[in-house]
Design a protein around this ligand. Structure first.
Ligand code: ARG
Ligand code: ASP
Length: 721
């Protein structure tokens, strides 16, 4: 009898175990994989060893990965230094080479020979040579009871010595970063190449297909890739741009798999994730989604609606505001997803459960009690205290960011203080620089759009910010216009000398002292200064003090979590733009009741979304032709062309352009986004709905080879069947 019950239970337990014993959460340090992760990675299907990923004695996977300009990731995919990254990561570079006559964004670009590859001043690619744990040396002078400032200067002094003494080659650099809220320190020896040339990019109708409507969305059909090449001096070392530089011969480059993926296949992403906050207490998660995200979304909602209204009616405004709209909309949409995702998965409740468990364990151990008693409660309390200030900070920063007249006012004030500091003798020179920089600003500025945004956001600001934070100068201005934001905006935009380049020129053409005197009277700068003063007097100081206390306790709470919860949970450090490894499995998900999302998309889906001539969903004629003929060459499968897929890799901003590798360490895709329901992975990763979105590498090759005919690039790569 017992047997009959126990056996099925055992089988069930085994099934559950084999399905769920792996954890896909985590952005792991490559040099620690062998101790912490290798076993699990192999259990999940990985066929290579941790030492094939990070190895300081021979070429390994990490030697093919670079930080691309400090904001994205890219990977080397040939012996000739060919780099693959996202279209949205290469966007600025592609735009800078574009003109009305030769619009590379619209038409795409393919260098037919090495000589046609285009240099990009300022763009760089950084390799990680080695990672050293320097925690002990860095923290050796830190004593309990030190203030934040004392602690930091004790650390800085040691870091200086450590960096002086580090073993490295002359052309290499070092970088030190704190981990686990400053409980650990690692030193990175790096090599940075500054001659990085544009090699190829598909037209935006492929590389940005779906644009803002599809951003953060699954199912996705974007060929979000572009290609660059690293050039080195003749000795193979980093060198400034020169015509005579040669393609880099890398220590390692990624072989490309032509096989594609199946459900539950192992995947791994290497890259430079920017910032996450996974170890916050429940009050901080609450603050993030209920206050911070909510305030910023409210402000951007209003600004975006106004931009959109004008962009739909006016072609000129559409061009002027396209980039602004996209960048404002990117995080607006992300924050909405984050709010929704935390709610849907009961993120705050789960944190509270975790804290209850933590408290119980803490109470059971006198040593822990002595070290950590009260830390969590005080921290939660500090987050409660900072809430109204944080809300004001977000309203204020969104107001100044979205009302461009305020940005212009800010820049005028900064220019005049610069003259004040450097002496009036510098007025001419600094004025010339200032006017030049403002030229670009006004090129994409429309005072009508901005006036409406101002009226709308000033009203939200007045409603959202508690009176005691405003300051008397601002309240005076607000009362002068009868607390009517429309009236206030009309007055400002009618009278200010900052609403066009011509007016600004006339304004600053006058002698320095006159300009300073008039600045105080100009309604735009007057308001900017009044708000700034209110903010500095009433918000900056308390926010900084509270934040310092929070940082200090957050560090202690981090250590406490590792000590107390360490037997139940593996800890990885929050993202901080350093090289990380994350792994997961190819898998669909259920975003809502009764809806299931499959994990693959195909070119058929591109055609389903096709809207002829639309700026988001147009499809190039050549691609339609290839689709109609099913002419996919060796890149299609069973008469279909795969485009994108999803998996449970834990990624964030900065992981864009990261390579996605299979169990053998071969390139199968290119990471570029996450699904909307899962954008809360930055504060609360949940394997049930968090997925990263990748372009299938075969779609990339198909576009390069069949669509663009740039076969020389595919010939450089190492394709594995
Ligand atoms: N959401 C992605 C990331 O955060 C892609 C952004 C670029 N694409 C866009 N349509 N704006 O960066
Ligand atoms: N799209 C992001 C990036 O540019 C990636 C993400 O947030 O998932 O890095």
């Amino acid at each position: 009898m017992l047997q009959r019950i126990v056996k099925p239970l055992l089988v069930l337990a085994l099934v559950v175990l084999t399905q769920r014993t792996y954890a896909t959460e985590g952005m792991w340090l490559p040099q620690l994989l062998s101790g912490l992760n290798e076993k699990e990675m192999k259990a999940m299907g990985m066929k290579i060893n941790a030492s094939d990923i990070y190895n300081i004695n021979k070429g390994s996977l990490k030697d093919a990965i670079v930080s691309f300009g400090g904001f994205c990731t890219a990977e080397v995919i040939s012996s000739q230094g060919l780099l693959l990254t996202n279209h949205h990561c290469g966007y600025d570079a592609i735009q800078k080479h574009s003109s009305v006559q030769n619009n590379l964004l619209e038409n795409g670009f393919w260098a037919k020979t090495a000589a046609e590859e285009l240099p990009n001043p300022g763009l760089f690619a950084t390799f990680i040579v080695r990672i050293d744990d320097i925690t002990k040396a860095a923290l050796q002078d830190v004593k309990p009871g030190m203030s934040e400032r004392e602690r930091q200067s004790a650390i800085d002094k040691r870091l200086h010595e450590i960096r002086q003494a580090v073993k490295k080659e002359a052309w290499q650099e070092t970088m030190v970063k704190p981990f686990f809220e400053g409980n650990q320190y690692f030193l990175f020896v790096t090599e940075t190449y500054r001659d990085v040339r544009l090699v190829g990019a598909p037209p935006s109708s492929i590389g940005k297909f779906g644009s803002d409507t599809d951003n953060w969305v699954w199912p996705r059909h974007t060929g979000d890739f572009s290609m660059f090449r690293i050039y080195a001096g003749k000795d193979g070392k980093p060198a400034p741009y020169s015509k005579d530089n040669v393609p880099l011969q890398p220590k390692y480059f990624l072989p490309v798999s032509m096989k594609g993926v199946k459900q539950q296949d192992f995947t791994m992403v290497l890259g430079f994730p920017g910032r996450t906050t996974e170890y916050l207490p429940s009050e901080a998660v609450k603050l993030t989604v209920e206050t911070v995200d909510a305030s910023k979304v409210e402000m951007r909602d209003a600004a975006l609606k106004i931009m959109d209204g004008y962009m739909r009616k006016d072609e000129q405004i559409k061009i002027q505001y396209a980039a602004k709209y996209a960048s404002t909309a990117n995080y607006w949409k992300k924050w909405m997803g984050e709010m929704k995702g935390v709610k849907q998965t009961n993120g705050i409740g789960k944190k509270q459960q975790y804290e209850a468990e933590y408290r119980q364990l803490l109470a059971s151990n006198p040593l822990w009690r002595q070290k950590y008693d009260g830390v969590l409660d005080t921290l939660n309390d500090l987050y409660r205290q900072i809430t109204p200030y944080a809300q004001t900070r977000d309203y204020y920063s969104e107001l100044v960011k979205n009302v461009e007249l305020f940005t212009a006012g800010d820049r005028l004030i900064n220019f005049l203080s610069d003259v004040h500091e450097k002496g009036e003798g510098q007025y001419e020179t600094l004025r010339k620089e200032f006017l030049e920089s403002m030229q670009a600003f006004y090129q994409n500025y429309n005072a009508r759009v901005d006036r409406d945004i101002c009226a709308s956001l000033m009203e939200l600001y007045a409603k959202g910010v508690p009176k005691q934070f405003n300051g008397t100068e601002y309240l005076q201005i607000w009362n002068e216009s009868n607390k009517d934001s429309r009236l206030l905006a009309d007055k400002i935009y009618n009278l200010s000398g900052l609403t066009s380049m011509d007016k600004l020129k006339a304004f600053v053409q006058q002698p320095y002292n006159t300009v300073v005197a008039q600045m105080w009277k100009d309604p735009a700068t007057r308001l900017v200064m009044a708000m700034r003063k209110g903010y500095v007097d009433n918000v900056s100081k308390p926010v900084t003090d509270l934040q310092n206390n929070i940082n200090n306790l957050q560090r202690t709470y981090m250590q406490a979590q590792m000590d107390i919860m360490g037997s139940k949970k593996r800890f990885y450090p929050d993202a901080n733009s350093t090289l990380r490894v994350t792994y997961g499995k190819v898998d669909g998900y259920n975003p809502r009741d009764a809806i299931h999302y499959d994990f693959y998309t195909y070119l058929d889906g591109v055609m389903e979304k096709y809207i002829p001539g639309d700026y988001e969903f147009n499809v190039p004629a050549r691609l339609i032709e290839l689709y109609k003929k099913k002419d996919y060459g060796r890149y299609g499968v069973n008469g279909r062309m795969p485009v994108c897929f999803i998996a449970s890799n834990h990624t964030t901003g900065g992981n864009s352009g990261s390579p996605v590798l299979d169990a053998n360490g071969r390139l199968i895709g290119l990471n570029f986004d996450r699904t909307w329901e899962g954008t809360m992975s930055d504060i609360n990763y949940d394997p049930s709905i968090c997925r990263n979105i990748m372009v299938d590498i075969r779609y990339v090759l198909f576009i390069v080879d069949k669509f663009a005919g740039c076969t020389r690039l595919v010939d450089e790569m190492k394709l594995v069947n």
